[in-house]
Design a protein around this ligand. Structure first.
Ligand code: ZN
Ligand code: ZN
Ligand code: FE
Length: 765
């Protein structure tokens, strides 16, 4: 006989880990207990040594599907003679007060119950268990317990309570447990004022969708706007009402088989589609896919997700067709999650609202991911992933809040080496988005019981997040640290990979304020997460009209033409512009009037797209690049354009002027736009590889981190990685947080953590 204490760290709370331990201990004839503790669970087991060994081995070899074991530490204890194995409830035993899990898609067992006419949860739109269901989005406060969730107002019936209290049951301590007897109910509200409840409400929604109508569907982290994805009129009408002209819509389909009719699904993509987070997966769209063209007009991809809430499964059981499922909001506003808002802000956009009486406490947009060269590349880390904590390879000296950027905003709370990134919060220039952001920060600080002593923000003074950080640090007397945009991008990538050494950071994106006051976005930074130097960059050109140039790529085309010494009159672009518009822009550039200098690769993409004739004006940032990538993916690689490299005293500069001249020559020779787009992509890859080689020859490390929003482009990310690796570089690409500004807050936290570690090391020395 022996007794052991086993402490397990990782994601082991709220994922059915304690029942799993209980079942295994009982089967092996062991006694003792399991309880939650800060950062994990604690087990004490007693019994026969051989059985104890088997128990310990099985713990980490076959944990429950949602568990993630980060560490196991065992020690020997004196035998106490327990009679049985018990589960100590977290509330009674002082579990980790700050553990909140991400929302989990309805599991297979619950889906079976949903469709089993003999089950008491047959067609119950709120079926869930320990292995699935809402988490973050229903938490009001911690510890995570029913009375502190939006399920508090629903009194469990006797049958549910019995399951909830039975350690051997799949619903043991499943906080949102419910059934038709005691759970929430669906309701429908039609534009004509008629209402329905339960199955009638669902039937109304199905009928409306079938008739080509638009329905607001309350899901897990907010409302979706849904319509038949095959109906051109329904999709066009949705675009009109939502005031969104071109940004792709995501589509939900019944299962993987249906997904395969829309896009090509690789093994990695299938795994992501079916993963408990159920993100939107960007698939290469099949020719002739049964989808209205207006679903994703500028892209060769289609964003597909599978049902993740019981109500989705019920909709698809009645309606075997792909549905557009886009965030319920008007253009750039945050996703609606409040029921009052749904009536007020979405009511006028829809023919029917399908809602229910379980409140959403934290808004959570769908996550978006793309597979690049076989590996998942996150584009938006949100529902199903937030607030899963990430490990920093350094230790923060004090609790810190990194406030992130401005567009695709997120914030990250940090303490010790734990980082907790928020869900996606949208573009903060929108006032409702900003309010949601401020509320989100306060809510997270309460949930995780973390009061930051220090705030980290972007250098840009006009970001709403910067304003927030300044105001708050002034009011509360906290420390304030500014981190340069592209350094944060690079540090995010290094931190994800646990890299604490120096590297070359290739940071290509739309725009971020540089250390020299100009706008950067085509940077090669050399250094580590604590500090970097700008070793090389794209040569700056004027960005006439500042922000406006982002929506009007023709302005960037004029700017790059001027740098290249090409007269716009010698290009087809001149025929699409008025002489007056051209004169105005040329005057702005010559006089330096509202024409800040930028080294942005994103803006170079814009210029090329305009020169090729596919995007003089766009409605969202990245649209021109999306079109260029879609075109480029139609043809095989076919050469590249030449660029020039100048060894300026401060840093190497990449001169795109020769590229622009050759693009214009190709355009005038009427080379197919797809071929030009493809050559341009190869050119950018050449720039990356050539500059990295040159920097390595000058003493930079043979380790490259690829970051910045440009790297959501699969051709660039895949080919740059492959060529760099073939040349002996180790390459880090984002796997956890997005390369775009959604990953900035995590990167900002990484920078200060790395500096804290450096200081701590200096103190020790
Ligand atoms: Zn379940
Ligand atoms: Zn019940
Ligand atoms: Fe950026």
């Amino acid at each position: 006989m022996a007794r052991r204490a086993i402490a397990i760290d990782g994601i082991v709370q709220g994922v059915g880990f304690r029942p799993f331990v209980h079942a295994m201990a009982t089967r092996l004839g062991l006694t003792g207990f399991v309880r939650n503790r800060a950062g994990g669970v604690l087990i004490e087991v007693e019994g026969d040594s051989a059985a104890l060994d088997e128990f310990t081995a099985l713990l980490s070899t076959c944990p429950p599907p949602l568990a993630r074991i980060d560490g196991v530490a065992a020690s020997v204890l004196p035998v106490t003679g327990d009679a049985q194995f018990r589960i100590d409830a977290s509330d009674a035993a002082g579990g980790d007060p700050v553990s909140v899990a991400a929302d989990v898609a309805t599991c297979d067992e619950c889906v079976l119950e949903l469709s089993d006419a003999r089950d008491r949860r047959y067609r119950h739109p709120f079926v869930n268990c320990t292995n699935c269901g809402p988490r973050l989005t229903i938490v009001v406060a911690t510890p995570y317990d029913r009375e502190r969730t939006s399920m508090a107002s629903f009194r469990m019936c006797d049958a549910c309570r019995a399951e909830y209290e039975d350690a051997a049951d799949r619903r043991f301590h499943a906080q949102p447990v419910a059934c038709p007897e005691c759970g929430p109910t669906l309701r429908s509200l039609a534009a004509d004022g008629t209402t329905g409840a339960g199955d009638r409400a669902l039937a109304r929604a199905v009928a409306t969708l079938r008739d080509g109508g638009i329905v607001a569907v309350k899901g897990v982290g907010g409302y979706h706007l849904a319509c038949d994805a095959r109906s051109a009129t329904a999709v066009a009408e949705l675009r009109r009402r939502k005031a969104r002209d071109a940004k792709p819509f995501a589509v939900m389909v019944a299962d993987v088989g249906e997904a395969e009719t829309l896009g090509v699904v690789s093994a990695a993509e299938r795994a992501l589609l079916c993963s408990p987070a159920r993100p939107i997966v960007l698939l290469a769209r099949r020719h002739g896919a049964p989808l209205a063209a207006a679903v994703a007009p500028d892209s060769a991809l289609v964003g597909v997700m599978l049902p993740y809430a019981p109500v989705h499964h019920l909709l698809f059981a009645a309606l075997r067709r792909p549905l557009v499922m886009t965030s319920g909001n008007r253009s750039d506003e945050p996703i609606v999650c409040d029921d009052g808002d749904a009536i007020e802000r979405l009511g006028g956009l829809v023919d029917l609202t399908l809602t229910h009486d379980r409140a959403i406490r934290v808004r959570c947009d769908d996550s978006v991911v793309r597979v690049i060269a076989g590996a998942p590349a996150p584009i938006r880390r949100s529902r199903g992933l937030a607030p899963e904590s990430l490990r920093l390879p350094w230790t923060l000296a004090q609790p810190t809040l990194a406030v992130g950027g401005h567009a695709k905003a997120t914030f990250t709370l940090g303490e010790g080496s734990r980082a907790i990134p928020s869900a996606h919060l949208g573009d903060l220039h929108d006032y409702t988005a900003y309010t949601a952001y401020v509320d989100g920060v306060a809510h997270f600080e309460r949930l995780f019981r973390l009061r930051p002593a220090r705030l980290v923000h972007d250098l840009h003074p006009d970001y709403a997040s910067t304003g927030y950080a300044r105001e708050r640090t002034r009011a509360e007397g906290l420390e304030l640290v500014a981190v340069q945009h592209h350094h944060a991008h690079m540090a995010a990538c290094l931190a994800e990979h646990g890299v604490t050494s120096a590297a070359i950071g290739v940071c290509f994106d739309g725009a971020g304020l540089g250390a020299d006051g100009t706008i950067w976005g085509g940077e090669f930074l050399v250094g580590d997460a604590a500090r970097v130097r700008r070793a090389a960059h794209l040569r700056s050109v004027a960005m006439p009209g500042g922000e406006r140039a982002m929506r009007e790529p023709w302005r960037m085309a004029l700017s790059h033409l001027r740098e290249a010494g090409v007269d716009v009159g010698d290009t087809p672009l001149a025929r699409r512009l008025t002489p007056q518009a051209i004169r105005t822009i040329e005057r702005m550039i010559a006089g330096g009037l509202n024409a800040p200098a930028t080294s942005s690769v994103g803006r170079l993409f814009d210029a090329i797209a305009s020169l090729v004739g596919i995007a003089d004006r766009v409605s969202f940032e990245g649209q021109a690049a999306m079109r260029l990538e879609a075109l480029a993916s139609e043809v095989p690689a076919d050469g590249a354009y030449a660029f020039a490299l100048d060894a300026a005293p401060a840093a190497l500069t990449v001169d795109a002027a020769p590229v622009v001249r050759e693009v214009v020559a190709d355009v005038c020779r009427q080379v197919a736009p797809a071929v030009i787009a493809r050559r341009f992509h190869s050119t950018v890859v050449d720039v990356i590889v050539t500059v990295c080689r040159r920097l390595r020859a000058d003493g930079a490390p043979a380790l490259v981190a690829l970051s910045g929003g440009v790297f959501v482009n699969a051709i660039l990310a895949a080919e740059a990685s492959a060529q760099l690796e073939a040349d002996g570089f180790r390459v880090c690409r984002h796997r956890v947080v997005p390369p775009n500004d959604g990953g900035l807050s995590f990167g900002q936290l990484a920078v200060v953590a790395a500096r804290d570690a450096e200081q701590a090391a200096r103190r020790c020395a």
